[in-house]
Design a protein around this ligand. Structure first.
Ligand code: SF4
Ligand code: FE
Length: 482
């Protein structure tokens, strides 16, 4: 089996025995849990769309190891076209789900490791790349969803890992055995963790000789003994428990994040892709970060949904012809398409690494992600401007049903002839979901901090931009001698 259907994916999750906690309780059935299930639906969409004729070309690729048709989320980019299709796939899925579909972190980890394991072997004569490619074939054949786990809790940010009061603030090796290593620590903000078959761990910062026990990368089945998941809270999450669905906004899909704890977990050698090569930690972080910054093509697709919702609410309210509304919709499209330019540009300006993997242009990927830290906020501001205050003052959908209140709400919340009040409610709740509710976790705060906070991109921009060349260009035009 090289590709699963959405149904097979769901069944495969049921077979996992994950240790998941939420609201202080163990979650026995992750797949059926009403708060988690919409996030599973979003990942399932990556399987469903890979099997649909209209999206198959973008969603699938040919494995460079086996020649089989595989889901692009398990593919190692072999060409510039692969990189471009990755950006297109992100937009497509963001538009289809209106949320984070969680599967990019795994793809980005696999691609970063395909480069760095090769580079480590070149320098040290190790065998990581061969090991990694065997693992990759397993992932591709099973069409597995992988959680790429990078961000450690970090404790006191002013101190490196080995100087932390609690040495577990960064994932590290606590024991070396003949058959593998034992690791301890945690990874925070893990997108889609409990919807994953595999967890791929990487270091989160550049490391020195003194931190070499922290220079470790490996992959484990997500239900390995000693791995514990604690699900993050999202604004308005318990609306998913209500009988009425309208107030949830996006009634089909959502995302989730978790703190993933590794409590003395054993990793066999065949699953270890970096061990004490601290001098490659920075490279792995940077490669993963650039790929993941490109992945924020997803926000363009979510932006499509928000623009569509804003236009609809304007039409429902009867204001769509007002010149300022039209101009705001133009502005939203301008911002959203500018984001699209960035994720396409870093792909088309990509290059081949010595391993054969194609990597995105680092400068342009960072510029793209820097825009992502800003534009969705402005798009949200404009959407809320167009939506009006009713988005946050509207009573619950139960009040629209209750005999004592429904006649008043129907009377005073009606709008243009032919537009059912319920449709107006639904679209307002969707905008609320995207800009204030559960989906704002992904569309706003994750746009800010996911794949690195804004300052991380500014550092990379200052490091990669060629200022000397720009100075030379200026000097030449006004005849300043070198
Ligand atoms: Fe993918 Fe976007 Fe979710 Fe990150 S935020 S995992 S890039 S969908
Ligand atoms: Fe992310």
């Amino acid at each position: 089996m090289a590709m699963m259907t959405a149904e097979q994916y769901e069944e495969s999750l049921r077979r996992l025995n994950l240790m998941v906690y939420m609201f202080g309780n163990r979650v026995e059935n992750v797949v059926e849990d009403p708060i988690i299930r919409p996030s599973m639906n979003a990942v399932a969409k990556t399987y469903e769309m890979a099997n649909l004729p209209e999206s198959r070309d973008i969603m699938t690729a040919t494995s460079h190891i086996t020649g089989k048709t595989i889901n692009r989320f398990t593919h190692i980019h072999q060409t510039i076209e692969d990189l471009v299709n990755k950006s297109k796939m992100g937009r497509l899925l963001g538009r289809a789900t209106g949320c984070c579909f969680q599967r990019c972190v795994g793809m980005d980890s696999l691609n970063a490791l395909s480069i760095v394991t090769y580079d480590i072997d070149e320098k040290y004569g190790t065998q990581y790349n061969k090991r990694f490619l065997e693992y990759l074939e397993y992932v591709q054949d099973g069409d597995l969803t992988c959680d790429g786990a990078m961000t450690d809790p970090k404790g006191d940010r002013s101190l490196p890992p080995h100087k932390q009061r609690d040495p577990d603030q960064y994932v590290h090796v606590v024991e070396e055995r003949e058959d593998g290593i034992v690791i301890r620590g945690a990874k925070a903000h893990q997108t889609g963790a409990v919807n994953s078959h595999e967890i791929i761990v990487m270091p989160t910062i550049a490391l020195s000789d003194e931190d070499k026990d922290y220079a470790v990368s490996f992959a484990l089945p997500s239900d390995t003994e000693g791995i514990i998941y604690i699900i993050g809270r999202q604004s308005c999450d318990t609306r998913k428990l209500e009988e009425e669905t309208i107030d949830v906004g996006n009634i089909l899909y959502g995302g989730h994040e978790a703190l993933v704890v590794f409590d003395n977990v054993f990793v066999p050698w065949e699953r270890v892709f970096m061990y004490k090569e601290y001098d490659f930690a920075a490279s792995l972080v940077e490669k993963f970060a650039s790929y993941h910054r490109q992945s924020y093509a997803c926000k363009v697709g979510v932006g499509d949904v928000l623009i569509g919702a804003s236009q609809l609410v304007a039409e429902y309210n009867g204001v769509e012809r007002a010149s300022h509304i039209r101009d705001k919709i133009v502005e939203m499209n301008h911002l959203n398409e500018t984001l699209y330019c960035g994720c396409l540009a870093c792909a088309t300006e990509g290059h081949r690494e010595p391993s054969g993997t194609y990597a995105v242009d680092t400068l342009l990927a960072n510029v793209h992600k820097q825009n992502v830290t800003r534009f969705p906020y402005e798009l949200s501001r404009l959407a809320q401007d167009i939506a009006g205050g009713l988005m946050v003052t509207m009573p619950s959908s139960s009040d629209f049903k209750a005999p004592e209140t429904k006649k008043w709400l129907k009377k005073y919340y009606k709008t243009r002839r032919g537009i059912p009040t319920e449709n107006r409610m639904r679209i307002l709740r969707l905008i609320e979901n995207l800009t204030l509710g559960t989906a704002a976790v992904g569309y706003l705060t994750e746009s800010m901090h996911g794949a690195g906070s804004p300052q991380a991109q500014r550092i990379m921009i200052s490091r990669t931009v060629d200022l000397e060349a720009k100075k030379r260009a200026a000097k030449k035009l006004c005849n300043i001698a070198e």
